[in-house]
Design a protein around this ligand. Structure first.
Ligand code: FES
Length: 160
């Protein structure tokens, strides 16, 4: 689905109780999973940076251009995840995804994992990893979770 900036959509959100007792709501992609293959062994939800969130959370979760290296887990030192639910939230951007490490062990693991998907088909414009709907960005299909990129005509995942 193509979201339009400024319009409001019913989207999945994580309700968090922060360590100061305040409640915050963070838009997420409703797919709970772990990524041990590139260094994220804890189960988590991805933040959907296309949607509005409190400025404090935007800062705390280091969201830039809709992307962030932060994910939502059930419990950590900062917050407790109360529930996942749907609510209307304003679209503020068109791109989102995990901000991946550029160097180090996790970056090497990610590259290795990514290469195992090169050439795979995004059937129905869905990601061959977890079946998430791909976004169309600058003429390419891009997964909003772990950033597999595919050709929009052949639907095949492109090399990094
Ligand atoms: S769901 Fe992982 S890259 Fe698409």
């Amino acid at each position: 689905m193509d979201f339009i900036i400024g319009k409001v959509y019913e989207v999945a959100c994580a309700e968090l109780r922060w360590d100061d007792g305040r409640i915050y709501v963070i838009p997420v992609i409703d797919h709970y999973h772990a990524d041990p293959q590139f260094g994220f062994p804890d189960e988590h939800y991805h933040i959907d940076g296309r949607f509005e969130m409190e400025p404090r959370m935007h800062h705390q979760l280091r969201v830039a251009d809709g992307r962030t290296s932060a994910v939502i887990v059930k419990e950590c030192g900062l917050y407790e995840l109360i529930r996942i639910f749907k609510r209307p939230v304003k679209c503020t951007g068109t791109s989102t995804g995990l901000q991946l490490p550029e160097s180090g062990e996790n970056a090497a693991l990610y590259q290795h994992w990514y290469e195992s998907y090169v050439g795979k088909i995004c059937k129905g414009r869905r990601c061959p990893h977890f079946g998430v709907e791909m976004l169309e960005t600058e003429g390419k299909l891009v997964c909003p979770m772990h950033h597999l990129v595919a050709d929009r005509h052949s639907l095949r995942v492109l090399p990094l």
